[in-house]
Design a protein around this ligand. Structure first.
Ligand code: UD1
Length: 339
């Protein structure tokens, strides 16, 4: 198949290119090489067209003769502050809208795009009294007082962990999350009017070689690594008990390749995680141990837009894509530390 990968020069993109190449696809890449992400010399990628997904001329050129689009071009992370709002909306929402319009012009009907677990907001917890409940946003006064666990909104009891399935209600709580929900909704609207097929992969916390470092949009594993390489202790926010599902970038790339090979029957969203929840403290300890660095320091600092726990149930992706994550946490973190 002839596949266009937007954002193909990025962290996840380069691994997706490798997976698609191994499957024998013909690849083209559209990437703007934006300066806040790509600081070094431009990468040499076969089929790279430097251009922005918001530019209809660049899109028309990139889409000529293409069968399937893998759409990764986006601004990621929690952002620095509210001044990031226009850029999230413009890069992710406008960018996806422009891409879908151009796909309709070019007659390209297959889309696989990156969405995120942040679309679920705080997710679910199980209250011993009230069953599955959705905690409200955490008040800053609670976080300042070191009360990080969101309790049952009805009885204030502590909640047990639950895995989130795709039919959970969406509850985006920051600009990035809103932009990812909108990307999914734009794809649904496009599919309805064009008869197209769209898969949105709701990615968990992706880590692995090539992670962006030293940018305000870097993920926590990269931030911990940068600290360790300076000889400093990783600074763990809250109490380190935040649960995430750290999924290795090669497993994520394999999920994209599987979704290209098995197009949706209409529109679908699939969670992509390792299936094994870890805490942020686990990640800090694993990287410190792998590098023989200082023990992590739990700082109690917090970011208002952060959710406390979010962990996926990826059973549907396993079944529909015939995909399974293969990189164990201990191996993936050791490899990242060596990279
Ligand atoms: C991450 C991704 C987001 C993706 C989501 C899916 C990044 C930057 N963000 O968001 O694109 O959609 O997963 O689940 O990759 N923390 C520390 N110390 C630090 C920085 C962060 O302890 O120095 C903690 C945070 O408080 C948070 C956790 O690490 O609890 C994860 O933060 P981060 O890596 O930014 O990821 P998410 O917000 O989960």
């Amino acid at each position: 198949m002839r596949v266009l990968v937007t954002g193909g020069a990025g962290f996840i993109g380069t691994h997706v290119l490798a997976a698609l190449t191994a499957d024998g696809h013909d690849l083209r890449v559209l990437d703007s090489l934006r300066r806040d992400v790509h600081r070094g010399p431009p990468p040499s990628l076969p089929g790279l067209q430097v251009g922005d997904v918001r530019d209809p001329v660049a899109l028309d050129q990139a889409l000529a003769g293409i069968d399937t689009v893998v759409h990764l071009a986006a601004k990621v992370g929690l952002g620095v502050d509210v001044q990031d709002l226009p850029d999230y909306a413009d890069s992710n929402m406008h960018g996806t809208a422009a891409l879908l319009a151009a796909m309709a012009r070019a007659g390209v009907t297959n889309l696989v795009q990156a969405s995120s677990m942040v679309v679920y907001g705080e997710g679910f917890g199980r209250c011993p009294e009230h069953g599955p409940v959705t905690p409200g946003p955490r008040a800053e006064s609670e976080l300042r007082a070191g009360r990080f666990e969101p309790p049952c909104p009805r009885c204030e009891r502590p909640l047990d962990a639950m895995l989130i399935a795709e039919d959970a209600p969406l509850d985006p709580r920051n600009a990035y999350a809103v932009s990812k929900v909108t990307q999914e909704q734009l794809a649904t609207s496009w599919a309805r009017s064009t008869g197209g097929q769209a898969t949105s992969l709701r990615l968990h916390n992706v880590y692995g070689p090539g992670m962006p470092r030293d940018t305000p949009y870097a993920g926590v594993a990269a931030i911990f690594l940068s600290a360790l390489r300076r000889g400093a202790a990783p600074a763990v926010f809250e109490d380190g008990g935040q649960r995430r599902d750290f999924v290795h970038v090669r497993d994520v790339a394999a999920a994209f390749a599987a979704a290209v090979a098995r197009p949706a029957d209409g529109v679908r969203a699939l969670n992509v995680g390792s299936g094994t929840p870890r805490t942020v403290g686990d990640m800090a300890r694993a990287l410190s141990a792998a590098l023989g660095g200082p023990e992590p320091v739990v700082t109690g600092a917090y970011r208002l837009g952060d959710v406390r726990h979010i962990t996926a149930d990826s059973a549907r992706a396993r079944a529909e894509l015939d995909w399974a994550p293969g990189v164990a946490f201990a191996d993936g973190t050791a490899e990242l530390a060596r990279a």
